[in-house]
Design a protein around this ligand. Structure first.
Ligand SMILES: NC(=O)c1ccc[n+]([C@@H]2O[C@H](COP(=O)([O-])OP(=O)(O)OC[C@H]3O[C@@H](n4cnc5c(N)ncnc54)[C@H](O)[C@@H]3O)[C@@H](O)[C@H]2O)c1
Ligand SMILES: [Zn+2]
Length: 665
């Protein structure tokens, strides 16, 4: 593999991982800007080296996924993403392409780009029938009950409306709702949510509609899809949606030329802070629907629209001091304490400094004036130093030499940026961190033991390692300060119930460095049980999808430690699951007893996804063309399999869209 190929591979892997976190877990590890830069780089490489382009690349797909927590619905009409850019030059370039294709003076509608998640709502005879998230654009999660709790979404329409239509829009969390939710969280000792998009998405996907109703979500609509429409432009469709009773907002503007578009962008770039909700840019659409139809779509987005995205706001403030935090894996993270300052609507007091190199590269010093930017998650980033304002006589920041929690000398491994406290066994934040991680929601989900209880059990010397939870006795708990009988009972029951947690989550709960939730799933699926994983060679580990050398080595290192093997032995004895169990989510029996085979270059979905869909709808995948095959689904450049199927005559040959139609019946 050459350098270009490996760069492409790394970018695709990283983007796929970030997409999973963003769309399924509702977490952002990096800022949207950083994410979009990676995407841009990948696009450019695939353009420059078309031999490495691939329809499966994230550049050609809508990034979302279904969560499987809700019924899956195949969209009657696909839902697309939007092309985006941070520069007006690109908007001009886009407009040139549009004008060239249309060959006429084009009108644009500029709208706000609401920072939430897309929703498609079906109305029949004026009644709300179904609401589905975008998912991967082909199928999404059915969240009707949750959408019905949003007050601005009408359950019954007024005025004139088509007998059946879809309306699409964005579900958002208004600033006020986020503030309210956060003040409640802070009261309960939880971290506040920082990102309204992720919070909106997470809220909409709660299982309990009663909880969703309390979250104060809102919904702005911007797209009406119907066969019998009485409007011919986007502008009129917005008016029409308003007349039917939908919340559309009064922010859109009809523009006759690019200067007006530019004016709209500049206005909202500063005015957005006064809106009751967050936007991340502006969407520019071709107004005429017949022109939209003429322009059509790429695999991922309409050619008739583009998003102009705002760069994150940066502000200058002062670096007051640096704290060092020790995580559960022993990694030591420097955190800057800043002079409090307002940034993108919230007060910022701390910023991540990542590691020693980061500090050295900026040549950071206490009292420096630094530029801060809000990145993906809660904690903002220092992106630059204003060296002109540096006070004379300041000295270079030195990274600490000893663990701030236990005093052990820190180590920094070759090729790694982070410092570690090697005192894994008794460095308190590491020990407690591992316990907290183990009981957390995505791991063993023992909700009767929160962070506080875990800490108390550790302090009382009852639990030092994760396997100690399983030898706890109720009597021991009752001996603790202010522990009621009911709480003790809940804790014991919570621990007992956790024995049913599937292997992949147990594996995640062990807290192996670099093995996150997704990796744990992939490993569990491939190696089937803990013994196979323990025995796996480096090559076998690396051959697992998305597992690189760093993760593979970390897994091997984990199993080399005697105390880890002891813990696993005890957990096994306690009855935890260390074997993978195949679970199939059955969505329908539409394909019951039918066999499928996919061939050629697929462009609508990946082969893996397609095979999964077959199984979810009761069908079976087989690997060759024979009399036993019912359907052959062909992509581009299908070869010998297609010929063979044609010769047999008994096989039904479908293209990708026809396959989807089958699921839609
Ligand atoms: N930080 C991360 O880790 C991370 C990971 C994945 C994606 N992302 C972000 O998400 C983006 C990709 O997400 P996406 O595919 O949803 O694209 P997008 O959010 O950039 O744009 C498309 C979406 O905009 C929304 N939208 C809001 N207002 C609209 C309007 N008036 N008209 C039409 N659509 C409107 C729709 O939901 C549409 O699906 C990336 O560019 C990146 O910024 C970030
Ligand atoms: Zn330590």
């Amino acid at each position: 593999m050459n350098d270009i190929q490996s760069r492409i591979k790394v970018l695709r892997q990283d983007i796929n991982n970030l997409n999973y976190k963003y769309y399924v877990l509702d977490q952002s590890e990096v800022s949207d800007y950083e994410f979009d830069k990676m995407m841009e780089e990948l696009k450019q490489l695939e353009k420059d080296y078309p031999q490495y382009d691939d329809p499966d690349s994230p550049t050609h797909r809508v990034g979302g996924q279904i969560t499987k927590k809700f019924p899956t619905i195949v969209h009657e009409k696909r839902m697309y993403s939007l092309d985006n850019s941070y520069s007006f030059e690109d908007i001009k370039e886009w407009s040139r392409r549009v004008t060239k294709a249309i060959d006429e003076n084009v009108e644009y509608v500029c709208e706000l780009k609401y920072d939430g998640l897309s929703i498609s709502i079906l109305y029949e005879n004026g009644q709300l029938k179904q609401a589905v998230t975008r998912g991967d654009g082909i199928q999404g999660d059915e969240v009707t009950a949750n959408v019905r709790t949003i007050r601005s979404v009408p359950l019954n329409l007024s005025g004139k409306y088509p007998s059946k239509f879809y309306i699409r829009g964005e579900i958002i969390m208004p600033k006020k709702s986020l503030d309210k939710l956060n003040s409640e969280r802070v009261k309960e000792g939880l971290e506040p949510y920082a990102n309204p998009r992720n919070t909106a998405s997470g809220s909409l996907k709660l299982q309990d509609s009663g909880e969703v109703a309390k979250r104060g979500l809102d919904c702005y609509l911007y797209y009406v899809l119907t066969d019998d429409r009485e409007f011919s432009t986007q502008w009129d469709s917005l008016q029409h949606a308003k007349d039917m009773g939908f919340k559309v907002g009064n922010y859109a503007k009809l523009c006759n030329n690019l200067e007006e578009v530019n004016g709209f962008i500049n206005y909202w770039d500063t005015e957005r802070y006064n809106l009751p909700f967050e936007i991340d840019g502006v969407v520019i659409k071709v107004n005429s629907i017949s022109e939209q139809e003429e322009l059509g779509y790429t695999a991922k987005s309409p050619r008739w629209a583009i998003a102009y995205k705002f760069k994150a706001e940066k502000v200058e403030t002062q670096l007051l001091s640096v704290d060092y935090q020790v995580g559960r894996t022993g990694a030591v993270t420097p955190v800057a304490n800043l002079k409090p300052i307002l940034l993108a609507g919230t007060t910022v007091k701390r910023a991540s400094l990542h590691n020693e190199d980061f500090i050295a590269n900026l040549d950071l010093r206490i009292n420096d004036k630094v530029l801060v930017e809000k990145g993906g998650e809660i904690i903002p980033k220092i992106v630059d130093v204003n060296y002109d304002k540096r006070e004379p006589g300041t000295i270079k920041l030195e990274f600490i030499k000893n663990c701030p929690a236990c005093g052990t000398p820190l180590v920094r491994k070759k090729d790694e940026a982070a410092h570690f406290c090697p005192n894994e066994k008794s460095c308190p934040p590491q020990v407690i961190g591992r316990l907290e991680h183990f009981v957390s929601r995505k791991a063993m989900d023992i909700n009767s033991i929160g962070a506080e209880t875990a800490f108390m059990l550790y302090k009382a010397n009852l639990v030092n390692t994760i396997s100690d939870f399983y030898i706890l006795q109720k009597e021991q708990l009752l001996g603790l300060d202010r522990m009621a009988d009911k709480s003790a009972q809940n804790i014991i029951e919570g621990i007992e119930n956790s024995k049913q947690i599937p292997f992949e989550r147990v594996l995640f709960a062990l807290g192996i460095r670099h093995v996150g939730e997704t990796m744990a799933k992939k490993l569990a699926k491939k190696f089937k049980n803990i013994d196979n994983l323990q025995k796996a060679s480096l090559e076998e580990l690396i051959a697992t999808e998305d597992i690189g050398e760093k993760i593979a080595l970390s897994i091997q290192e984990y199993f080399l430690k005697k105390e880890h093997l002891e813990i696993i032995k005890n957990l096994k004895k306690a009855g935890l699951k260390f074997e993978f169990e195949e679970t199939h989510i059955q969505l329908s029996n539409l394909l019951d007893g039918k066999t499928f085979l996919f061939t050629g270059k697929l462009s609508v979905f990946t082969r893996e996804r397609a095979e999964e869909m077959v199984e979810q709808h009761g069908g079976k995948n087989i690997s060759s063309v024979s009399k036993n095959l019912n359907y052959l689904v062909v992509g581009e450049k299908a070869g010998s399999k297609m010929k063979k199927a044609q010769q047999l005559g008994s096989v039904i040959i479908l293209n990708e869209q026809e396959f989807l139609n089958l699921l839609n019946e």
